[in-house]
Write a protein that binds this ligand. Structure first.
Ligand code: SF4
Length: 460
């Protein structure tokens, strides 16, 4: 997660983090991403059942629950094992987690065990009674999905009226005193809705929003035409930062985050430098160092509805073990698991531009699930990294990572050119090209080589 409001609007100082000794149990929730002990935040997909069938669902949810879903007794054993292990946060997700009849008991158990419980929901089942119950058992936060303004949200969610229902859920949860945030997955279709979504946040005083970069796993793999190009991603992240700052200038202080593309961190630093804000960029850099970048298999983990443990919620092709066979801590701390060991020592394994990147320390090498899925190599560069070779300190390189879009690789030189081009008329306004004086593009390679080097871990 990249804290746009923290980094770009200066809501947090490095000293705020250090004051708590960087211990996950001591840190307030908004500073957890800077913890040193890296007890994992656990995304627990408690059920595969869902009352919607969203086009971008990474979990490929279904109408009914999976036949091998954990029983209430097994789920209780799991939540106790997670709290006993010291998971600072358990994120109850799905499917639609509120379709699990014992969800309140599981959340209550997490809270009683000392973990923060947060809920990720489409909001359809979030009525006044349910929100009051969730507030009563100590739920810390509810994230409600919103994929744009009305037309786009309903289309993405496959249900007319879903937008109004989601907003009703937001209002109901706010009324119940719950901390509420929006969750929006960035696509080509909703880029033009960003301003409207921020307006909506301001009007309703919604205190938090997470903007997710689309990941091509689960149903998201079928959305090739909805992936943002590198140029569009730059525009989107820059626009989110600008809209966040506008809210602050208007006296609001929302927490705004981006998720699943850690290149956003160095990008924001470069943006600040391009705006003459070097001191702010230095402060942001220090915070990013304390965060350390992407942490699949270390600072974040995932448990599926059937008890399978994954390095994160997107890397479902990798199963580290199943909690029916071994408790979570035994799986997570298994010294013989080569992938887990490698994920905790990524610098030694990453290849290509990530290995050479000057931002590796603060980015962590991007999202490994995306790289593995796109290339078959767990350690290949993240193809969604949109920073130019010059921006990552790799000037003069003639070979670079490409990107897998619409069924074929796009040459990186082409992407660079695209990234430097002005936006089409009538699109998202000013394109925040960060380095107008970039050196000439590297010579175009005859063909992009797909990384096929066998990594020390495993794929699939
Ligand atoms: S090249 Fe790799 S390490 Fe560098 S910013 Fe991009 S994804 Fe991160």
């Amino acid at each position: 997660m990249i804290g746009v409001s923290k980094l770009y609007c200066g809501t947090v100082e490095p000293s705020d983090v250090l004051r708590y000794g960087r211990k996950s149990k001591a840190l307030p929730s908004h500073l957890l991403q800077f913890s040193e002990d890296k007890r994992p935040v656990i995304v627990w997909n408690v059920t595969r059942a869902c009352n919607l069938s969203c086009l971008h669902c990474y979990a490929s949810a279904t109408a009914g629950k999976a036949p091998d879903e954990l029983s209430p007794e097994e789920a209780l054993v799991l939540v106790r094992s997670l709290t006993g292990y010291g998971a600072p946060v358990i994120l109850f997700s799905g499917g639609e987690p509120l379709m699990r009849p014992d969800i309140f008991r599981l959340i209550g158990e997490a809270v009683n065990g000392g973990s923060r419980a947060v809920l990720s929901t489409n909001g359809l089942l979030l009525d006044a009674r349910t929100t009051a119950r969730l507030a009563g058992i100590g739920l810390s936060y509810v994230g409600i999905s919103l994929d744009g303004l009305e037309e786009r949200h309903d289309a993405m969610r496959g249900r007319p009226g879903a937008f109004g229902e989601a907003l009703r859920a937001v209002d109901t949860a706010l009324d119940a005193g719950l901390k509420v945030g929006l969750r929006l997955t960035l696509t080509k279709s909703n880029l033009h809705d960003l301003e409207g979504v921020f307006d909506l946040m301001a009007a309703r005083r919604i205190p938090r929003a997470c903007f997710y970069h689309l990941v091509d796993t689960g149903a998201g793999a079928n959305l090739a035409d909805e992936f943002l190009s590198h140029a569009e991603t730059r525009v989107a992240v820059s626009r989110i930062a600008d809209l966040t700052r506008k809210m602050f200038e208007n006296g609001l202080r929302p927490e705004i985050l981006t998720v699943d593309n850690h290149a956003d961190g160095p990008f924001l630093c470069l943006k600040m430098r391009s705006e003459g804000r070097d001191a702010d960029a230095d402060r942001a850099l220090e915070l990013l160092r304390l965060n350390g970048g992407s942490s699949s298999g270390n600072g974040i983990g995932c448990v599926s509805w059937n008890g399978d443990v994954h390095p994160d919620q997107f890397w479902r092709s990798v199963v580290l073990g199943n909690i029916r066979e071994r408790p979570f801590p035994a799986i997570w701390n298994d010294p013989s698991d080569r992938l887990l060991a490698a994920l905790r020592d990524k610098k030694s394994h990453l290849t290509g531009r990530c290995r050479e990147c000057r931002h590796l320390e603060i980015c962590g090498g991007g999202l490994r699930a995306r790289a593995a899925h796109a290339t078959g190599d767990d350690w290949a560069p993240d193809p969604a990294c949109y920073l130019t070779d010059a921006e990552i300190g790799r000037e003069g390189a003639t070979l670079a990572a490409g990107i897998w879009r619409s069924g074929h690789w796009h040459d990186y030189a082409q992407i660079q050119a695209e990234g430097l081009a002005a936006p089409p008329a009538g699109s998202l306004g000013d394109h925040q090209g960060l380095q107008p004086g970039l050196p000439p593009l590297p010579s175009r390679s005859p063909g992009l080589t797909r990384a096929r080097r066998a990594g020390p871990g495993r794929s699939g």
